[in-house]
Design a protein around this ligand. Structure first.
Ligand SMILES: [Zn+2]
Length: 743
């Protein structure tokens, strides 16, 4: 996920431009670039392929250069827009004279903008990370300023009206689509409002931005831990317990468990003492309390802004530019799925609860008949180990990191007709304008590829892999667009895209390989899918390229690829025991594949709980209702009603015990009235997989048709149209329900 996590949609729609030149410091001596990962493609090698026709992105920004360059881009955009407003009037505004300069400036800017924000997630230098985070706010303010200019809106409106219903030989379907999206974006920015309404709208919007920044800072700055004794953490591997911070003073003898995924996820799955799991669960869902009023205010302000624009509530506004389009589509989708899955969820709970009863009796623990939130991961884990006989550690021995990634790239090469060529230090030096390999990546562990067409007939773009964790680095898995692809001003040649996969696999030590769990294998294939989506983009305009699709579609291509990691064919191709090179034994492979749908009812119901909560709080019937809403209560109710799991409210705590909304970053970071999208895009991913790939997932002809028919389009046309063209009929949800066992 998080393919667009680093970039707000507003930014994509209203991007500023160009860069000021700043002297860069010389490279420190002693730089070594010798990544241990060495890729061998199955395709025809050719030394020319290490010298692509376009200089790769350069990573030589500094704290000082960012301070100058980021506002510089913004000033450049402002200058372009000023000039445009002075030289073109609504009477003579055309696509060419209006959008020509806007998009040219945007293309220049985007070559720099993503990278300026990227350091925040990957740099080892905390000052550079901070400066890069600062860039994000400079860029978003700049985008807001550019996107709320009356003079430019008047030109855009004139172009929109002129194109609407008329045929113009110089404007193609993609141009029209862009203008329509852009025009509606301006309307959503309040440009059609007048007088005091306009001021009120602007004030609400600007307050929402402040609230989001504050919420983010509180959340990412949260360093809270729960102090527990090693004995209380029994079940968690000793290595893990030893790696936790040691307490002093009143916490002497205890260790601090953080609420970050690498700590809290295994703790909830492995800690044996149910009361300790309960304390961990409650502590996790009642922290960063200063965010509770911030989200509440954001909900009220969003409602106010939406009503000023004439929408019935915020969800109606937020859904307008999504595939699902309106609340009347999303609500029945979520509620219907919940109703159809609820019984399955209760059966899963009953199965785990029977196990819990036995377990508690065997361990002389009290058993009150309830199955709680903090029981789910623990008993789920036991069921996978015992009933499905899948030893995940054993499985991971068949997925040594380097070999598995190599095999995945082979699959992508053959399926999508591509050729990955790893670049050496000498290649990077040769490609660097200053002859300096160091500035061609952001860290010496980063692996760089030149990506070519499978028959070497043309260049595709650059792909980077940053595989291992390090201090200050983004701690999950995500794909980042570094540079978008687009058609250059000459109308013939292209700027080739660049994409980075930021991962956190254990680093191989000495001659010992690192291993991937099956979960890792699925995740990496998913992220690689986002990378290929970006690399495949062939839109004219950067803002519509690759992963710049509607947000409730963007996950579909990667979700579809996850299916490959659950087939015998692919798993045989990928697996290779680190000692014997043997593929995963059939028995273990079948057992693994049979876990694909384990607890899927409950897992999906949990996603539905989040989605329903999100829709509930963004669809108040009146503004007064928005002001009166108790988010904590709605959060707890939604979790409980959707999953059927018990919580502290069943043990005498108040019903609004949780403040889970305080750490629900999605709802403050662009997924407001959008969380449903994760499930919604699965409808399309499953439809595409079943219809085109399921019978023959490695068919290169289908792969090529998919690459050029779906990935290549990016967001340059309506996603429904893209799907219809690929499937040969309108998309439907049959396969989605079938995959869930709901025929
Ligand atoms: Zn994703």
């Amino acid at each position: 996920m998080a393919s667009l996590g680093h970039l707000s949609l507003a930014l994509l729609l209203f991007a500023p431009s160009a860069f000021a030149a700043v002297a860069k410091p010389p490279t420190p001596a002693g730089y070594e670039y010798t990544p241990r990962f060495q890729y061998k493609s199955k395709r025809q090698a050719n030394p020319d392929l290490t010298r692509p026709p376009q200089t790769p992105p350069i990573f030589n920004d500094t704290v000082d250069s960012l301070k100058v360059d980021a506002p510089g881009l913004c000033n450049q955009t402002k200058a372009v827009l000023d000039k445009l407003a002075a030289s073109v009037s609504p009477l003579n505004a055309t696509f060419a004279n209006t959008y020509g300069p806007i998009l040219q400036d945007e293309h220049d800017a985007l070559l720099k903008m993503y990278i300026q924000q990227f350091y925040a997630s990957v740099s080892t230098d905390s000052a550079l990370r901070d400066a890069s985070s600062e860039v994000a706010s400079v860029q978003s303010n700049c985008a807001l300023e550019a996107g709320t200019r009356d003079d430019i809106f008047q030109l855009v409106e004139a172009v929109y009206n002129r194109l609407n219903g008329t045929v113009n030989g110089t404007v193609d379907a993609e141009d029209r689509y862009l203008v329509e999206k852009d025009y509606k974006g301006y309307l959503r920015n309040g440009l059609a409002l007048e007088g005091s309404k306009r001021d009120q709208f602007k004030a609400a919007r600007s307050r929402i931005t402040d609230l989001q920044l504050q919420f983010d800072q509180n959340y990412s700055g949260d360093t809270s831990v729960i102090w527990l004794t090693p004995a209380e953490l029994e079940g968690l591997p000793t290595d893990h317990i030893n790696s936790l911070a040691k307490g002093t003073g009143e916490n002497e003898g205890k260790v601090g468990l953080t609420f970050k995924a690498p700590d809290v996820t295994p703790a909830l799955a492995l800690v044996k003492n149910p009361d300790v799991r309960r304390r961990i669960y409650i502590a996790r869902d009642t922290r960063v309390l200063q965010n509770v009023p911030l989200m509440k205010e954001a909900i009220v302000k969003r409602d106010e802004a939406a009503r000023l624009l004439g929408y019935p509530h915020h969800a109606a506004l937020a859904l307008e530019n999504k595939m699902a389009h309106d609340v009347e589509t999303v609500q029945p989708f979520l509620n219907g799925l919940r109703d159809r899955l609820y019984e399955r969820g209760q059966e899963e709970i009953a199965g785990m609860n029977a196990l819990k009863k036995k377990d508690h009796e065997a361990r002389n623990l009290t058993y009150d008949g309830n199955f709680y939130y903090w029981d789910r991961d623990y008993y789920n884990n036991i069921i996978i180990e015992t009933e499905y006989a899948v030893d995940q550690v054993k499985v991971s021995e068949y997925f040594p990191l380097d070999r598995t990634i190599t095999s995945m790239l082979h699959i992508f090469e053959s399926l999508f007709s591509m050729h990955f060529v790893q670049l050496s230090a000498a290649d990077l030096s040769a490609l660097s304008p200053s002859g300096n390999a160091k500035e061609m990546t952001w860290h010496e562990d980063v692996i760089a590829f030149a990506v070519w067409e499978g028959d070497n007939s043309g260049f595709v773009g650059y792909l980077y892999m940053d595989l291992y964790p390090r201090d200050g680095k983004y701690s999950h898995f995500a794909e980042f667009t570094l540079q978008p692809g687009f058609l250059k001003a000459d109308g013939k040649s292209r700027h080739y895209p660049a994409s980075a996969l930021v991962c956190n696999f254990p680093k191989p030590q000495g001659s010992n390989p690192a291993f991937m769990t099956h979960d890792d294998v699925v995740t990496f294939f998913h992220e690689l899918g986002h990378g290929i989506h970006d690399l495949s983009g062939r839109s004219k305009w950067a803002r519509l390229a690759g992963t710049s699709t509607a947000r409730d579609f963007v996950e579909a291509p990667s979700q579809m690829l996850e299916n490959w990691m659950w087939t015998n064919l692919t798993l045989s191709q990928l697996s290779s025991h680190y000692k014997t090179n043997e593929t995963l034994p059939t028995e273990l492979m079948d057992a693994l594949i049979s876990t694909k749908h384990v607890m899927e009812g409950l897992l999906t119901l949990r996603q539905l709980a989040f989605g329903l909560f999100d829709m509930k709080i963004h669809t108040p019937a009146s503004h007064e209702e928005a002001e009166a809403i108790d988010l904590s209560l709605e959060y707890s109710k939604s979790m409980r009603n959707s999953t059927g799991l018990k919580g502290p409210e069943d043990q005498g705590e108040p019903e609004n015990w949780s403040s889970g909304e305080a750490t629900f970053g999605h709802l403050m970071g662009g997924y407001d009235a959008g969380y449903y999208g994760y499930l919604w895009s699965q409808v399309y991913s499953t439809d595409m997989f079943y219809t085109a790939f399921k019978a023959d997932p490695m068919n290169p002809e289908t792969g090529s048709r998919y690459r050029h028919g779906v990935l290549e389009k990016g967001g340059s046309q309506d996603e429904f149209l893209t799907l219809e063209q690929f499937l040969g009929r309108p998309p439907n949800s049959e396969a989605f329900y079938k995959e869930l066992g709901l025929e």
